[in-house]
Design a protein around this ligand. Sequence first.
Ligand SMILES: [Zn+2]
Length: 559
Amino acid sequence: MKARLLLVFIVIVSTAILARNSLSSAHLVVPVVTTRAGTPVLTRQQLSAAALHPLGQDTKLARPITTSQVSGAQPYLIALCRFADSTNVTPHAKSWYQSLFGSQYPGLDHYWQEVSYNAINLSGSAVAGWYNLPYPRAYYYPTDGSPTKTVAALQDCASAADADVFFPSFRGVLIMFNDTNNLCESGSMFLDKDGQNIAYRVAFLGTDCQSHQVIAHEMGHTLGLPHSSGPYNDTYDSQWDVMSTGGDCDPNFTSSYGCLAAHTIGYHLDRLGWIPGVRKYVASPGSHSTITLERLAQPQTSYYLMAEIPIGGAAIRFYTLEARRFVGYDSRMPGEAVIIHSVDTSREVDLNSRVAQVVDSDNNGDPNDAGAIWVPGETFSDLANGITVHIDSATATGFVVTINNEPQTTATPTPLGPPPPIITLSSVWATDGQGQMQSTFNPGDAIILYGLVVNPTPNALLVHYTWSIVGPCGSIFDSADDIGTNSGTSSFGQGGSIPFDACGGIYTFTMGVSYNGRTSSKSTTFTLINASVTATATMTQTTAPDLRYALNLPFVLKN
Ligand SMILES: [Zn+2]
């Protein structure tokens, strides 16, 4: 379970409240929120890079993956194989798979042509089967904890199909079982057939993996793509990428192919060589540019398809920008917006790695909501690295953005101890909805979080603000904003309500203000009483029935 949030937060200033709190000497300003801060998430991302896969099998494979350009026809053999103990069970006719992989919408050939800008297609692919395997399901996929026999499954299915198939004419072999195998796996394996021992792209797909979305995801791995995700510890949380959980799962969807795959992200398209060099804008250090980003899916103009912003001049860390609009396989995206990913290629260990991670400014555990959806008028700021991205306007099929990349070029000599903050917080406090300072709250109560901010300079400055509330069951609020802050003393408040299911106990509200790399913060506590949930309640993590995971096998086999 993720941190619960206070909803509908606004930045306000109230002279009445200040008067009640005897802070009448405060000089008030009404902050105009014109920007949204990029949450400084790099530390968090570096930590999550080491995070385990939900099933804890990520870290065993250490072989680095190299992705090379993929172009032209990609013939896959789709081999239909029945376990020996269920040879009378045939989930779909051969013709169902033929149209699933076909070139008519939403066939996977059609899908990959759209995603790759026609760089690849599945010409030459074929469906073979159904064939019967010599052993029952439990032989290949034991339920007693002993290792799966994936190699045997490939060899036995291939042998059953051998009379009908000349294997070297295919690049990949996708095995479709007639029952669940409790895994959706893909990678590459050697197979010695028809006189040639060749490393094929392979996938093993039980009936619970046989949806348009999951097959496209596994095929993406076979093409060399890793996962992407939000900046948290969940591989399958980003709806912006088929290589996370992107897809259209509308229950009213009429296709018989289950969830439809969404597009993959700009970084992945670029890895596979599908973004021409002239269609990628690189915002080199020191650059200031206004460019137009054309939508990733079904582009209509010759503007840039993506932008890349090196962070601090490093080659392995950069942001990517891409425009997503409701069209084609992106028709059911969470929004029409510029999406920003933070890419760190040093995160890549294998294809389970999440190299690109969505920048989610509200840091609320959901990379598909407003915090990740950058729309005209908003500004992403990575102040530490001198990077800002302003979304200027929308075009018919994309967005105009202004990118500044001004990293600090010279390191200043380190003084004795950190310099004092320029902008300081002199006090923080919490009030009820009427502005009365309170030390106890009930679940559901309105709450306003205040801080008294001192700007000793004669100028209004853009100050980075953070707010957090941590209680006995974890964080219930975490937010950041850049706010223009006038000279003098100002009061800034954020209002919302305590979640009804918040745990009882003591909460710590911390506010921070940062300017020019220097931070001042203050905390206060309040007590949540009359809560129906206590801190002793066990936090349970729901494991979604997502069965994709990796095997620890001597070949690269990833989900
Ligand atoms: Zn996967």
